[in-house]
Design a protein around this ligand. Structure first.
Ligand SMILES: Cc1cc2nc3c(=O)[nH]c(=O)nc-3n(C[C@H](O)[C@H](O)[C@H](O)COP(=O)(O)OP(=O)(O)OC[C@H]3O[C@@H](n4cnc5c(N)ncnc54)[C@H](O)[C@@H]3O)c2cc1C
Length: 534
């Protein structure tokens, strides 16, 4: 594939909107995050702090039998003194580096290890969290007790006659895309190469092919899961149908420990990408023209509109980037209505790729192999802390709201120590909106876009407070128009009434499923689905 300017390539990404964090994704150590039972990050610092769980009375006087647990595993049990503990315990976001200190980590080698670990945690009353890729924004895939790490359950096998693939719950996105593409098929998913398939899919999964192919969870045909009773189940539309419903958008960590997915796959298409940038002086016009076009354009076209500020270089950017499923020759006509309403961009590029190359480009790994991309992400250098939160967009913003967005994007120039800050509007609709609002647990089928407010910084010792305040202030500023809804995969500890915010009218049904499959609230963390009445 042709090389594309790195800054442009990174801006193509959906998901965590700032170019810099997506870049960080490609060069950070392997994350581990996790969340868990019994930790509450404080809204100001985001530091996980232990809290008692009503359903977990505490460890037995003799203490947990860690040696006994280790003896039952095919994989490893890592204690704080074990080799590899520090790397494995680490969260994706370095803001949690000093606080993620589980007593033990089960590095599961098999689904049976996961079941053993869940039963152990239940019997020994040990708080725990399940971790796949470790990218939970608030660091909710760690625990002061036990982390059940499924990242070795990462196999990807394609069943060509059935047009399906089986994906282990710990597979990283870049490896999923590469393994599928090698068999001539693909799925829609997120941008960051090291995000885990489990966290992404359980919360929905938005991405650059979403308007064409739907959310990642829409492709799921069955889920393998260990529930709170220690049972390993395969759930699908005819087996544990309510649980299957909840696992498609209801968020990770509330209903059990997923060990794998079976998903429908698509033959890989040509994917064209585009990048258009304008001087920030026309930022408001860019947002207006973009929203008038992006929500109704052909559903094979995904786009993101970003307003980003970088005080280090004293630059602000207004840009529209995206993907088109098809050759680049057809893309220009699709872009014409947008371009007709705006001055000539200061930067323009359009390229065609294979599916595999497009997903690498989106990951910030243009021209590299998936192995190299992930190896870069495993090198523990230049990890970059970030703060983020989100809103849900259900229609065009009026000019006053757009002006507010421009003002707050500019405000990032005044946040001491910020590396890059701003907002990304990522289009939805198309195949995402074609699924009924109650068909899966995902709460925002009527949305036309997500809005994500982001800030990155480089000083890992800096307090996150002012960056959290920036992104949350941005969200509040647009709340008069966007309301309180948010995307669960961009979880934010400060969202108080999180159930309705993440899942809308699907929340009561999620609570009913919770009661049926986890009546003692074994799987719990600060924003886990609550039992009815709780
Ligand atoms: C740089 C970056 C880019 C991103 N881009 C996108 C994007 O393009 N699109 C998008 O939709 N989202 C995106 N996200 C958000 C991402 O989808 C969520 O953070 C997701 O939860 C991460 O999944 P994970 O497995 O890596 O995280 P983890 O931290 O491991 O898990 C997240 C949650 O799921 C639970 N969980 C993990 N594994 C399991 C399991 N096996 N069974 C049950 N529960 C489990 C955890 O306990 C935790 O509560 C991005 C995040 C980052 C940091």
């Amino acid at each position: 594939m042709r090389r594309i300017a790195r800054r442009e390539a990174l801006a193509l990404a959906a998901g965590l909107g700032t170019a810099t964090v997506v870049a960080a994704c490609t060069r950070r150590g392997h994350a581990s995050v996790t969340s868990s039972s019994g930790i509450t990050p404080s809204a100001s610092s985001g530091r996980p702090t232990p809290t008692p769980s009503a359903s977990l009375p505490g460890p037995s006087p003799a203490g947990p039998d860690w040696s006994g647990l280790a003896g039952q595993l095919r994989g490893r049990l890592l204690r704080q003194t074990s080799s590899g503990y520090a790397t494995t315990a680490r969260l994706y976001n370095p803001r949690f580096d000093t606080t993620a200190r589980p007593t033990a980590i089960v590095a599961a080698a098999t689904a049976s290890d996961v079941a053993v670990a869940v039963r152990f945690a239940a019997d020994a009353r040990v708080p725990f969290a399940v971790r796949s890729g470790g990218h939970s924004y608030p660091g909710w895939s760690t625990s002061p007790g036990l982390v059940i790490d499924v990242s070795s359950l990462a196999g990807v096998t394609v069943d060509t006659p059935r047009h399906t693939a089986r994906i282990g719950a710990g597979a990283r996105l870049v490896n999923v895309y590469a393994a599928l593409a090698a068999k001539g098929v693909g799925i829609a998913g997120g941008s960051c190469p090291s995000v885990g398939i489990a966290g992404l899919t359980l919360g929905g999964g938005v991405g650059v092919l979403g308007r064409a192919w739907g959310l990642t969870c829409d492709a799921v045909r069955s889920v393998d899961i260990v529930t709170a009773d220690g049972a390993a189940r395969t759930v699908d539309p005819t087996h544990d149908a309510d649980l299957f419903w909840a696992l498609r958008g209801g968020g990770g960590g509330s209903f059990g420990a997923v060990t794998g997915f079976t998903v429908d796959v698509h033959p890989v298409p040509t994917v064209s990408t585009f990048y258009l940038q304008w001087p920030f002086t026309v930022a408001a016009e860019v947002v207006k023209a973009w929203q008038d076009w992006a929500y109704t354009v052909d559903s094979r076209l995904f786009s993101t509109c970003k307003l980003l500020a970088d005080p280090r270089t004293d630059t602000r950017r207004a840009l529209v980037a995206g993907t088109w499923i098809g050759p680049s020759s057809d893309l220009s006509a699709r872009l014409a209505p947008l371009r007709a309403k705006l001055p000539k961009p200061s930067s323009t590029s359009i390229h065609a790729h294979t599916y595999a190359d497009a997903m690498l480009l989106e990951a910030g790994c243009s021209g590299r192999s998936a192995t190299s991309c992930l190896a870069g992400s495993l090198a523990p250098v230049k990890r970059q802390p970030f703060a983020a939160t989100s809103s849900i967009v259900t229609g065009p913003l009026p000019s006053t709201a757009i002006a507010m967005a421009v003002t707050h994007a500019t405000e990032a120039m005044n946040v001491a120590g910020i590396y890059e800050g701003g907002v990304s509007f990522d289009s939805l609709g198309g195949a995402v909106g074609a699924v009924g609002g109650g068909a899966t647990a995902f709460g925002h089928r009527a949305a036309v876009a997500t809005a994500q407010y982001t800030a990155t910084w480089t000083d890992t010792g800096a307090s996150p407070a002012r960056f959290d305040a920036y992104v949350r202030g941005f969200r509040s500023a647009l709340a008069p128009w966007l309301g309180s809804a948010a995307y669960v995969n961009y979880a934010d500890a400060s969202i108080a009434n999180f159930g309705p915010a993440y899942w809308g009218s699907n929340y009561p049904r999620l609570q009913t499923v919770k009661r049926a499959y986890d009546p003692h609230n074994l799987f719990t963390f600060p924003q886990s689905v609550r039992l009815p009445g709780a």
